[in-house]
Design a protein around this ligand. Sequence first.
Ligand code: 7TS
Length: 417
Amino acid sequence: MNAGALVSRSTLAQEFAARRVDFPILAREVHGKPLAYLDNAATAQKPRAVIDAVRRYYESQNSNIHRGVHTLSEEATTAYERARDQVRDFLHAADRREIVFVRGTTEAINLVAQSWGSEHLGPGDEVLVSTMEHHANIVPWQLVCERTGARLRVIPIDDDGDVDLEAFERLLCERTRLFAIVQVSNALGTVNPVAEMVARARARGIVTLVDGAQAVPHMQVDVRALGCDFYAFSGHKLFGPTGIGVLYGRAELLDAMPPYQGGGDMIRMVSFEKSLWNDLPYKFEAGTPNIAGTIGLGAALEYVAGIGLDSIGAWEAELLEYATARAHERGDLRLIGTARHKASVLSFVMDRIHPHDLGTILDREGVAIRTGHHCAMPVMERYGVPATARASFAFYNTFAEIDALFAGLDKARQLLG
Ligand code: 7TS
């Protein structure tokens, strides 16, 4: 590394170390050791700005939205709808009507599969996904395929964890109705060339969905530049609360889709003979939504914007490079996921030590990682492993925490041989 790169690395390290105080949980200890939280792909920690926004809502504004004429309800409605504008800006969407609040990525994809899928899929039609999908981008399609007679096709991945683009071309055909792909793989860290893939699918008139759960915490997303019809993400991986997520859908498609759930707020008029649906996006937001979560998500977006995703991405690239170099120094560790373009995930297996044992030993050292199949069983099968150990980084992580991870691996080696 040259002198300039070293200076920029240390400047970033200082800048991001200073952010740690924004996250109260990072000050805690686990088993008497400082917490090294390296499980950010599962869920990210919350800054005080988010915790405070949720608390403020419950302390001073709590009420239901879109119905009361009283002050609290008007304030809560304004705060809730402001978050929608924030999400629209965050995703660079054209219209706030294209932003639907849901529970998370899982619900967003189920909504599209159930609502769009049941109208547009039939016997002989195909839905195309990749081998590296999270179960949330597999099972909803299997369910709708089973009901409609459509078929799920799968793009293979190579040994590094890159999608096979030639196979992708071959699999796109006149039977393909929908193409759904993860932007950043939670199990491998691969960053897929989604804009290019989406363009190829759309050129054939195929509807496209991008699972952005692992992308939004690490890079800027512009849904119009990506060109996708649908985009899904979860608030909790983006430093926001659990139980809130977003489905972006192009208005033209959402408008033509039937409701996903029925109930309050999603109707214009109800009679026993016939009900009329509300306008977008309310047609897809039946019942009292997660008001506090939505407001918390708005606060998270504001917090992230204050740092800047380009800067976050630059620092996380340093963390990943450092961790990858340390992994390469060891002779007893196999990385699962070595794509050229990766984000924030170091997935690996160690000789003769089961990932679960590794996870337990690391926990005793204060190091939190995830072990298992990461809800991506087809990825495990592809690499012939039952599970991996996965460290996943956020911008508040440090080189010292990565050192703690590798010290923990040494300890596991001593204990388990
Ligand atoms: N898609 C991807 C790529 C994911 O990583 C996850 C969650 C989901 C969808 C589902 O998101 P949810 O918020 O609806 O649950 N991934 C993980 C993980 O890697 N470890 O725990 C959850």
